[in-house]
Design a protein. Structure first.
Length: 234
């Protein structure tokens, strides 16, 4: 039995800039994106052996507030191979640990992430629709995660476009008007299991309404600033 009201995410195809700004920009929605053949072997070969700092967690639900993960460094090609596995022969914590990469700028305190700078070989494959003016660009964050990994519910201040290049992802979105029901600490919700939450601990959580969708390869999700997002790799 669902504990929250579920709202439909509108889906658009063949979207140009005019349509996006007129019909989609005010909404939470999903539009068709160009597909890419990003396989494990292709990513490993193109990304090379540069070192990357990744989250490693023994739990499939990552918890930023209580830090149920550690940071470790791996060559990118080795990381991609591990992230595709369900059981590991080489591991840091346990053979079923999960991995998450969120790319960073060279100077993490001063420089935002930019796919074109951190992974130029892969950036050549990636073409973002020109929905916004170039000066409105802030960052492009490259993410890879293990199957089944869930990231905590949080919000960003800026508008985002989430492109699903390969694999599938479950996304759950909450309006800022439901913030009081999400049991927040800062910009993050304390509720990790949103499907079967502990309602004695979080009784207000049932009052929130959610938008939910599955992103397929080639989908692009528009996420307005301050909208709460939880995502889980399928």
């Amino acid at each position: 039995m669902d504990c929250q009201e579920k709202l439909e995410v509108p889906v658009y195809t063949d979207v140009d800039r005019e349509t996006f700004l007129r019909d989609i920009y005010p909404l939470v929605t999903r539009v068709l994106y160009i597909k890419h053949a990003w396989t494990v072997s292709y990513l490993a070969q193109r990304g090379g052996d540069r070192e990357v700092k990744v989250h490693v967690s023994p739990e499939p639900r990552m918890d930023f507030l209580h830090k149920n993960f550690v940071y470790r460094t791996l060559p990118f090609d080795k990381f991609v191979q591990r992230a595709a596995e369900t059981k590991h022969s080489d591991f840091f914590i346990s053979e079923d640990e999960s991995y998450y990469l969120r790319s960073l700028g060279e100077d993490v305190r001063k420089e935002p992430a930019d796919l074109r700078k951190q992974f130029p070989e892969l950036a050549e494959d990636f073409h973002t629709p020109q929905f916004f003016e170039p000066e409105q660009f802030f960052s492009s964050v490259f993410r890879i995660s293990s199957p089944g990994l869930q990231l905590w519910t949080h919000y960003d201040i800026m508008d985002n476009l989430l492109a699903q290049v390969t694999g599938r992802k479950r996304v759950v979105l909450y309006s800022p008007k439901d913030a009081l029901y999400l049991c927040l600490t800062g910009d993050k919700s304390e509720v990790l299991d949103i499907d079967t939450p502990d309602l004695q601990l979080y009784p207000e959580f049932v009052k929130a309404s959610r938008y939910e969708s599955i992103l397929e390869p080639g989908d692009l999700l528009f996420i307005p600033g301050f909208l709460f997002l939880l995502n889980q790799t399928k």
